[in-house]
Structures are given as C-alpha cells and as structure tokens.
Design a protein around this ligand. Sequence first.
Ligand SMILES: [Zn+2]
Length: 262
Amino acid sequence: MPHPFDEVGDGIFRRRYEVLDQNIGIVLGEEAVAVIDTRSIPSHADEIAADLRRLTALPVGWVVNTHWHWDHVLGNSSFAAAEFWGHQRCREVMLEEPEAIKAAAHRWLGDAAAELDGIDLVAPGKVFTRDAVLDLGGRKVELAYRGKGHTDADVTVRIGDVLFAGDLLEEGAPPAYGDSYPQQWPDTIAEHLSYAPRLVVPGHGDVMEPNAVATQVVELRDVARRCAAAASEADLDFQGAPYPTDVIKLAFARSVTEQDLP
Ligand SMILES: [Zn+2]
C-alpha cells in the first residue's frame, strides 16, 4: 500500500488528515525521522505511526510541538521514545494546565477524547526561547520563536526552503484567535517569513505559496487595525473585513487585554 504523505521538499513530507483538516510534518534524517505535531488523541497519533511505517523503516527520533494547543500535543504519548522539542512556554503551559488542555479536546471531540483519561501529558523536555537546531544527520531542522501570535508559544520549523508554520498560518479557515495576541501576530509571522520560504505548510489546510501567505499577513494586519481602532465591540467596523463577524469580535476581545496578558 502506498504511503499517504505528500512530499513537499526533498525528504520532507506532510499528511493532511481529515480530522480538523490538520497537517502533520515528517522530515527524514539519516537514522531517524522528525515528526511535527502529534494530533489530538493517542489513536490519532498511532495513525501517524502506522502511516510512517509505510514511508520509512526509520524510528521517530524527534517530535516538535509547534504550540501547546490540544490538537498538536495530545498524541505525544504515542512517541515516548523520541526527544520532544518546543518553546519553553509550551512546556510550562502543558505542565501547569494539563486538565484545561484535555478539556478542550473533550469539547471538540466528545466521546473520542475518553482515550485521554488517565494519560499523562508528555511536555517537551528540550525547550528554547528563540532558536534551536536539530541535526538529523546531514540536514538541519531550524526551530524558531519570534514573538506572540496565535498563542504565546508558536514555533516554526524550517527545513531549507520549506516552512512548517503551525497555526500562525491557517488555510481554508479563519485564523484561530481564542488564545491569540492580535496586535503582535502580524509582526511575528512577518519575522518568521523574512527569509522567504518557497512553500509553507500551515497547521491546518492546504500548503501555501508565497502569495497566499502574503495575503494572510495583510488580513491579520487588517484585523489588528480594526481592533485597535475600536473603543468597544459595538464600535468595531466589520465592513469589508477578511473574516466573519464572530472571528473579529473574538480578536477584539483578545486585543483589548493583550498588553495585560501574561
Ligand atoms: Zn492552535
């Protein structure tokens, strides 16, 4: 049976899983592979492992968590032998609020999240605050944090001219503002994009070429401007907004307290 991944660069793969329309990244190393994000529950992660066995006989040496959201980290326990990497804040939130992260999975997945009962969260043991490099044997995987955006712990993963952006970018659905920093987000993602990747794999949706990425940065700036210009929610200008009204309202709610948020 052929493997289900798309090759987005030399030895760089992603599978776009139907659940949550989510992207999981794979980077082949010399003796082991790196996995970018682990999905929402152990059985989802086990599906990644089964897919991987059709791609390569190499073991999983590294897991990178792009941020602490439930749908990116709750499959970690299925890759227990790997080295786990993430931003320092990703580790902190996972250690401080494991039940809140699981509760989010329950809200979204319902009964399927029962798999998580009794499972201890596996937080990244290898953390950094700005840059880290994984040596996969002959190839470098560059991890970067450039400020707050979708959350307070968003990490991108760069392999040559391919960038895995986590949920800093999202294709096919509006960006998720629930834990975001709307005023800082556009500058943060612009920093990550400063080296002009050929192809970006967002956390959810289709791969993005530079023009689609540029459009999304313009939209994030547009939303930030609307939020900054409004004194109250009733004051928000929705005319010609890039996203639905409830998305802009959520961005505004985050934006007004952004400077006071931890
Ligand atoms: Zn997220």
